[in-house]
Ligand binder design. Structure first.
Ligand SMILES: O=C(O)C1=C[C@@H](OP(=O)(O)O)[C@@H](O)[C@H](O)C1
Ligand SMILES: C=C(OP(=O)(O)O)C(=O)O
Length: 475
């Protein structure tokens, strides 16, 4: 069965009141009863575009020398925030008809000069709060940055310090978080900058994306001990190189970007492979197969690692034409073994909430490490995962840089999303195997996957009894 949804609402980035909810049923208190899996799955899904690719390409298109076209971009809260912010800086972004299932394509026309005197709402989007300040520094005039209450807890000191090191005037309250404002001088000289990016790879990506437009380019050196999410930095480097920018990494933790034009481009945005995680993991819990259409043969997305990680939990992974298929066999619910694992997710922290939810259902102990920086994500994910899982009978201990899980028999109960899309989808995974899991804010999935609840229910419908399935449209 093919599951897709092209009728979703359009997303306004402004304010919780206007935030789109899901059309999936929720209880009177707004909680979402996570559906149980009824049997082996036979699902084939098409997912919306990658957040990381969409927001990088929006920024590069805004800084390019001619109009660009993004095909099948993500339409979600994070991309809407990026679009509104770039418009505030004078970039023209138009929706044009395309072939994507989840909304129009985007044509981006850069202005002759970026406009200052703007206020930017970052929402809870790390890509907006870390990628746009170096862009705004190229504008002439003041630009103010703020975001959700939860965004004011996310680390921003490295961005603020690096702007100052580049000679830009920044006004903040010294806490190293949003809100702050900067005064763009219309140009940035660039040169050599040292930063500590151990709290987020996005500090590196943000500087590299704007660096070709600095008069002298940029030599950026990471001085901290850890550098998380390297694949996301490699994605940035690849996106720059694809637009003709001279960029090199002569040494570990060092990047050199030459000054020069950023070429306009027509870009096909890949589906979001990190958002594929809960769906693929569902095959291991419920049994059967889940196929994701349009899985790229080569990609910089860290979600591709799922094809190597899920077999360690017992899945068989294969390609079927352009789809990636995960076969969970009988699945945990059908009696298949689900081993506990040692996982270092320092390169793929984005995958951690979903994999931790799976590990919580395993029959052996697990340790998931290398993810200290998750404490600065949408919420402190280490503490949120431990609290939610322990609240439903789990045996999870917080480590300095990860989580230790002991096997436990879980029971139903409330599951807090903490406004975090990946916490909400982690609750959905647990709910496949445990009666009575109630996710308080499934609408938080609008951050990167507004269609989550509908796609999840559609996936689970493929496990209906054969007689029930006969009436449904074949994929
Ligand atoms: O550059 C990007 O698009 C991202 C980088 C990573 O951030 P961190 O390095 O802060 O984990 C990742 O977790 C985030 O979801 C997206
Ligand atoms: C950490 C994440 O998001 P952000 O881009 O807001 O940092 C995420 O999506 O897992």
């Amino acid at each position: 069965m093919l599951i897709s949804n092209n009728s979703g609402p359009q997303f306004s980035p402004y304010g919780d009141e206007e935030r789109p909810g899901t059309t999936d049923p929720v209880a009177a208190d707004g909680a979402w009863p996570a559906p149980r899996a009824r049997g082996p799955l036979d699902a084939r899904l098409t997912l919306p575009g990658s957040k990381s690719l969409t927001n990088r390409e929006l920024v590069l298109s805004a800084l390019a020398d001619d109009p660009s076209l993004l095909r099948r971009p993500l339409h979600s809260r994070d991309s809407a925030l990026m679009i509104e912010a770039l418009r505030a800086l004078g970039v023209v972004i138009e929706e044009v008809p395309g072939e994507g299932l989840y909304g129009p394509d985007l044509r981006i026309t850069p202005p002759a000069e970026l406009a200052g005197s703007a206020s930017i709402d970052c929402g809870l989007a790390g890509t907006v709060m870390r990628f746009l300040p170096p862009v705004a520094a190229l504008a002439l005039g003041p630009v103010a940055f703020d975001g959700d209450e939860a965004a004011r807890r996310r680390p921003m000191r490295t961005t603020i310090d690096s702007l100052r090191a580049l000679g830009i005037d920044v006004n903040d309250d010294g806490r190293g978080t949003l809100p702050f404002s900067l005064w763009g001088a219309g140009a940035v000289r660039g040169g050599e900058v040292e930063i500590d990016a151990s709290a987020s790879s996005q500090f590196v990506s943000g500087l590299l994306l704007a660096a070709p437009r600095f008069t002298e380019g940029l030599t950026l050196r990471h001085t901290g001990e850890h550098l998380p999410s390297m694949p996301h930095i490699e994605m940035t480097v690849a996106a720059l190189a694809a637009r003709g920018v001279e960029v090199a990494s002569p040494d570990e933790g060092v990047w050199v970007v030459a000054p020069g034009p950023i070429a306009a481009a027509e870009i096909d945005i890949e589906p979001d492979l990190s958002n594929a995680a809960p769906f693929l993991i569902a095959a291991l819990v419920a049994g059967g197969t889940v196929a994701i259409e349009g899985w790229p043969r080569a990609t910089t997305q860290v979600g591709d690692d799922l094809a190597r990680i899920l077999p360690r939990f017992g899945a068989t992974v294969r390609r079927d034409g352009e789809a990636l298929v995960v076969d969970g066999g009988a699945g945990l619910l059908g009696g298949a073994a689900l081993p506990g694992l040692e996982l270092d997710l320092s390169t793929g922290g984005e995958l951690a909430p979903a994999l931790v939810a799976l590990a919580a259902l395993a029959e052996g102990p697990s340790r998931v490490t290398g993810i200290r920086h998750l404490r600065g994500h949408e919420t402190d994910r280490l503490s949120a995962l431990a609290d939610d899982l322990n609240g439903v009978g789990g045996a999870v201990t917080e480590l300095d840089d990860g989580l230790a899980l002991e096997p436990a028999s879980l029971t139903g109960g409330p599951w807090r999303a903490y406004e975090d899309h990946r916490m909400a989808t982690a609750g959905a995974i647990v709910g496949l195997a445990v009666d009575g899991i109630e996710v308080d804010d499934i609408a938080s999935t609008a951050k990167t996957l507004p269609q989550f609840a509908e796609l999840w229910r559609g996936m689970l419908a493929t496990s209906a009894a054969p007689a029930e399935r006969a009436g449904q449209q074949p994929g």
